[in-house]
Design a protein around this ligand. Sequence first.
Ligand SMILES: Cc1ncc(COP(=O)(O)O)c(C=O)c1O
Length: 343
Amino acid sequence: MFQKSPSVPTEGLFCLQIKNGRFFKGSTATVMGSSFITQTDFDLLLDLQQVSRKIGRTPVHAVRQVFSKPRVQVFAKMEWAQLSGSVKARAAFNIIYSAIQNGLLHRGKTLLDATSGNTGIAYAAIGKELGIRVALCLPENASAERKEILKSLGAEIIYTSKFEGTDGAQQVALELATRRPDLYYYADQYKNEHNWKAHYHHTSQEIIQAFPQITHFVCGLGTTGTFVGTGKRLKELSRKIQLTALQPDSALHGMEGWKHLETAIVPGIYDEYLADTVEEIDTLEAYEMIKDAKKHEGILLSPSAAANLVGAIKVAQKLDSGTVVTVFADNADKYGDVIKRLF
Ligand SMILES: Cc1ncc(COP(=O)(O)O)c(C=O)c1O
């Protein structure tokens, strides 16, 4: 999008000025190497700025009923309280923002990616606000609710084999993008550094601001962006903060959004040396926690959020003192089938 030039802008171009992360239009280039953009691109940047206000800064839930122990606290970020209703708004926004800034994505191109749901919903919600088309490769067995949400947000869905899960969807997305680079910007959330960087720059900052006393961070692995980005930054801030990665205890599991790394394609952004410990979570334990959290904490969690809470409590139970923080990726809104079975 940006054209670097040391001279004054030519006709139809404006000098872009950025102050405190906000965009301004200047009539002349005051600084050598200023960026020049068109009115259309400037409008897109302003829209991006508007959307950024709806991403992140999520509230915190203090866990007091399903776990309580003197001198040990458990907290969770309620990630559904942002645009598109899940933690994936952070990664999707940062991926889109960076692609636009680097001239890879604009209103004439279609964002393409493989997703089992939440990232797709986030891309579609953000794309709709920005006037950018979104196409998603989705395993055909994704839940009916998810398909409906994606369609209602105007995303194009390209169905892929239910037997090959998100790994198969990634393959189809790559093939499409390779064949039509003129049409698609392939976001590739599994390899895109702007996925984990969203959490490195924002999620970790919000956590450290709310809990400067944090001793442990616990989180499940999907693309691994949340764990890797948040964990990396927390470790840089204090080597003493312990990081626990959570994994489903088998390849066939019900924690939608999580990957069983032993049997799946390991995401390119994963850092296998980051976690201090790894805990395995059983889907039935997570389902029990959905019931307990509703009854005692008054929150209706998704399976992966409940699994994060199970993992955080496992870590907390071993401590004499400490502050354990986790992330509730989303709530139960999109998991009607599971909720019907449990209640
Ligand atoms: C419901 C849910 N939980 C957890 C995750 C995992 O997050 P990450 O991809 O940052 O590892 C995802 C990712 O899509 C998700 O949709």
